[in-house]
Design a protein. Structure first.
Length: 398
């Protein structure tokens, strides 16, 4: 196992760093670095810039328009983008439904959907979870009944991230109520403009409109929008979840946020001295940094195993748990570093160009909202408790 980057990988890192430095729009970078609100257009603009360079789908094979990068190159790319303040790629099209369509979709589906995902001309959302079907996803109830050359869909999805912007939703639906729960599920691609679909916002505790309920009432979906075989959707769903968990450790983002924490701890003072010089606070920052370094080494071991063509295994669960715990710990310290200035929750002040009168320094404005928002990390993508179950069974053999 070799954890060092090869000379080619070091050169690749420099190429990515230079490209991002030259091409990431300053206004988008400003928002990301300072934790301000991003608009859907910001994500689209950056994706189009990457697409024009041929880097739109870092995990995509060349035959589908991707750069054909190795997992290590993808890791380096993600790290450099995060460090430079680029927005995260919206995963639902690029990293979730696209791999499923590549692997199991028909050639017609590949031609119809993949190019517009790459160019960000179509925005996707994920319709897996339902009230009562989150961790226990196989108990989902949204029903699709075949009528001629259409499926008629009825039911409700929930927690649908950015569903308010989506042109398409990929959905798990029940097509057989008699079979075992996992056997009666199908994977449908549904145009969000189809009559009978209603999107209702869910406002989260940070005041954001990021997630939604999506209701289906007699929604007619052409059968050609079924991916693969009817009732085989669970196989595709699990394949997709495997992709959802790649690069889940969020090392690059954690490094960027740690740098922000150190910046602010240098500006804030306690008894007239920068907080970063306070032994107690410095020790807490150091502990997070030690954990992050250890996680980075673990991540590199996973990448090394992948490079040696051993399939990623249950170690993805370790990356998910530790990565999200570290990111959450940093947001906690970011709240503590500004003390009472983090108390007001001012979403209006989080808009770039805000001209009002903030309470406290500029950098304190988004910290409370960021802290509250990041609680989601240990819930989605398979909750951390579920990841612990996987580790108990697959690694510890319990
Ligand atoms: C911000 C956010 C965005 C999301 N975006 C999407 C999206 O775009 N599309 C989508 O389909 N879904 C999305 N989700 C849903 C997410 O996948 C689910 O919330 C998650 O799977 C957990 O399901 P649940 O909320 O129903 O909780 P439950 O499954 O009811 O779990 C409740 C609690 O019990 C624990 N628990 C459950 N089962 C076990 C077990 N067997 N052993 C130990 N502990 C257990 C869980 O860890 C959790 O703490 C999103 C969620 C959030 C918070």
């Amino acid at each position: 196992m070799d954890l060092n980057f090869t000379p080619d990988e070091v050169a690749f890192r420099q190429e990515v760093r230079d490209f991002v430095a030259d091409n990431l729009p300053a206004d988008i970078r400003h928002k990301v670095i300072n934790g301000l609100l991003l608009q859907s257009e910001d994500y689209v603009r950056w994706q189009k810039i990457l697409h024009a360079k041929g880097w739109g789908g870092p995990g995509w094979r060349k035959e589908f328009g991707g750069p054909g990068w190795t997992p290590t190159q993808q890791y380096i790319f993600d790290e450099e983008c995060a460090a430079a303040g680029a927005p995260r790629a919206i995963p639902f099209g690029l990293k979730m439904v696209a791999p499923v369509i590549m692997q199991y979709g028909s050639p017609a589906q590949q031609q119809r959907f993949l190019p517009k995902i790459l160019s960000a001309d179509e925005w996707w959302c994920q319709g897996y979870s339902e009230p009562g079907a989150g961790s226990d996803l196989a108990s989902l109830k949204t029903r699709a009944v075949r009528e001629g050359d259409h499926y008629v869909v009825n039911g409700q999805k929930t927690w649908t991230t950015q569903g308010q912007y989506a042109d398409w939703i990929f959905c798990l639906v029940r097509t057989d109520t008699e079979a075992k729960p996992q056997r009666g599920i199908s994977f449908l691609l549904i145009d969000m403009k189809t009559p009978g679909i209603t999107v209702r916002p869910i406002i989260t505790m940070d005041g954001a409109h990021e997630v939604n309920e999506v209701w289906f009432e007699n929604v007619r979906v052409p059968v050609e929008n079924l991916v693969g075989e009817e009732n085989a959707g669970w196989t595709y769903a699990k394949f997709l979840l495997g992709h959802e968990r790649t690069n889940i450790a969020g090392i690059g983002i954690a490094k960027r946020e740690l740098a922000r924490l150190k910046r602010i701890a240098t500006l804030e003072t306690k008894h007239g001295k920068p907080l970063i010089k306070d032994p107690m606070f410095a020790a807490r920052i150091a502990q997070v940094e030690i954990d992050l370094t250890a996680l980075e080494i673990t991540n590199l071991r996973v990448l090394s195993a992948e490079a040696e063509r051993r399939a990623p295994g249950p170690e993805a669960s370790i990356l998910k748990i530790k990565g999200t715990e570290i990111q959450q710990a940093i947001t906690e310290l970011l709240v503590q570093v500004v003390g009472t200035y983090a108390l007001p929750l001012r979403r209006d002040a989080m808009a770039a160009g805000y001209q009002g009168d903030p309470v406290g320094p500029f950098y304190a404005i988004p910290l409370a909202a960021n802290y509250l928002n990041m609680r989601k990390l240990s819930i989605y993508g398979g909750s951390n408790e579920i990841q612990k179950n996987i580790i108990a069974q697959m690694i510890l053999g319990l």
